[in-house]
Design a protein around this ligand. Structure first.
Ligand SMILES: *Cc1c(COP(=O)(O)O)cnc(C)c1O
Length: 420
């Protein structure tokens, strides 16, 4: 929301008309705004500053939301750290100029090879999610002569009240160490020679619109931190995860960073630990859109279809979570009559839709902007139906920079071979 304005050539991002982006780079195409990315990061940093916490907090961008090198590089330049979930993301961050000392490594299934690479790179912390992972990490660290910096990701058993696929903080989730078991596991961690206990971590889910569950989780985490300190295990940092929701639909009650963080930060004033946050969606979601062209209009007895050149392989959120994205015509005026359309892609699945029942005045060849697509858009894109993945473009004032070129079809099968 809020990324585009209407100019004389239709919708634009910063001062570049989207029709110019389409003419130069084709469609489908992801379009991001440097100014919007910078502003989203600034909202976190300013909130921490307003609470007097800027010199003891680190904003670790959750790479999985959008891992394009230009976006990682932009956040690295702004001073961000990174939250990674794989060796691949580690390589991306280091490649984009991120500092190993600012990387935290989350995820329930780190391989030994990933542990070794991250230890050798010298990352800030492993967010350990199970007793077995702790033992494996200890062995790997021993074998390469390192001490692994560790925090335990605890599962505080609070209901984040979001979509079940992106709710992670309930007892039934695969994520984190059960809250009741965390104290004993910390004692075990403190006894292991190749483990250095550094902190505690929790992340209860994504697209959270109400700050209360996160503040409740912080309460539980802080009580555990104090209990650990009384037992002689002093933690250096508290990582409260990501999850802040964004506005996908006008009128949806999405919080500002200031409003979302305030209840949590109120509990943290006067403490000595450093703070880590892991925002993903809220830093990139509303800084990107997916630009697509109407290929075919297909009127029907029950429904009218607008078949566009983007599909579920480009933006999976509608098919996966039944997510709602605002869809706007790029052109300023239309000769067509407004009608209710199903906006669908060319992929052979009935789940291949980008929007249901959208009132739009469309002609074939029109451009559409699918908004709020900066997070979990390109990052989840696939080559299903042998569709090359879209180009990505970053707008910076009046300039456009291609930050990923469109794949070509030969690249899609370049790694395959036929039998002799
Ligand atoms: C996905 C994830 C995040 C980011 O979540 P957002 O909702 O995108 O802010 C942060 N931390 C962990 C451990 C995650 O898995």
């Amino acid at each position: 929301m809020g990324l585009t304005t209407m100019g004389k050539d239709g919708l634009q991002v910063e001062s570049v008309a989207l029709s110019d982006v389409a003419a130069r780079f084709g469609t489908p195409c992801y379009v991001y705004s440097r100014a919007a990315l910078t502003a989203a990061y600034g909202a976190y940093r300013d909130t921490l500053q307003a609470h007097g916490l800027s010199d003891r907090s680190l904003i670790c961008y959750a790479v999985k939301a959008n891992s394009n090198l230009a976006i990682l590089n932009l956040f690295a330049r702004l001073g961000a750290g990174f939250d990674i979930v794989s060796g691949g993301e580690l390589a991306r961050v280091l490649n984009a100029g991120g500092k190993a000392k600012k990387i935290v490594f989350s995820g329930v299934g780190k391989s030994r090879a990933e542990m070794r690479t991250a230890l050798e790179a010298g990352i800030r912390c492993f967010n350990v999610e199970s007793a077995s992972e702790l033992e494996q990490l200890s062995q790997v660290a021993g074998s390469v002569g390192h001490r692994a910096p560790v925090s335990l990701r605890v599962n505080p058993d609070v209901d984040a009240k979001t979509h079940p696929y992106i709710s992670t903080g309930l007892k039934t989730a695969k994520f984190g160490v059960a809250f009741d078991e965390a104290f004993d596991l910390y004692r075990r961690a403190a006894s292991l020679p190749h483990i250095a206990v550094k902190g505690i971590d929790c992340h209860i889910g994504s697209q959270l619109l109400d700050p209360t569950p996160a503040a409740e989780a912080a309460d539980k985490v802080l009580a555990l931190v104090d209990r650990l300190a009384a037992a002689g295990i002093a933690l250096e940092h508290i990582d409260l995860g990501g999850g802040m929701g964004i506005q996908y639909r006008a009128g949806e009650p999405a919080p500002s960073a200031a409003d979302y963080l305030a209840p949590m930060l109120a509990k943290l004033t006067g403490r000595r630990e450093k703070l880590v946050f892991e925002p993903g969606r809220s830093l990139v979601g509303n800084a990107g859109l997916l630009l697509t062209r109407v290929e075919v209009l297909k009127p029907g007895a029950e429904k009218h279809f607008a078949v566009v050149d983007a599909a579920m392989n480009d933006l999976m959120r509608p098919a996966l979570y039944d997510a709602w994205h605002d869809i706007q015509r790029v052109g300023a005026d239309s000769t067509a009559n407004p009608m209710s359309y199903e906006i669908v892609g060319p992929v052979c699945e009935s789940g291949d839709f980008l929007g249901h029942d959208r009132e739009l005045a469309l002609n074939e060849g029109d451009l559409l902007a699918i908004l709020s697509a900066g997070a979990y858009g390109m990052a989840m894109a696939s080559n299903y139906n042998s569709r090359p993945r879209a180009a990505e473009v970053m707008i910076d004032g009046a300039s456009m920079h291609q930050i990923r070129r469109r794949e070509d079809v030969a690249e899609l099968f370049a790694l395959e071979s036929i039998l002799p």
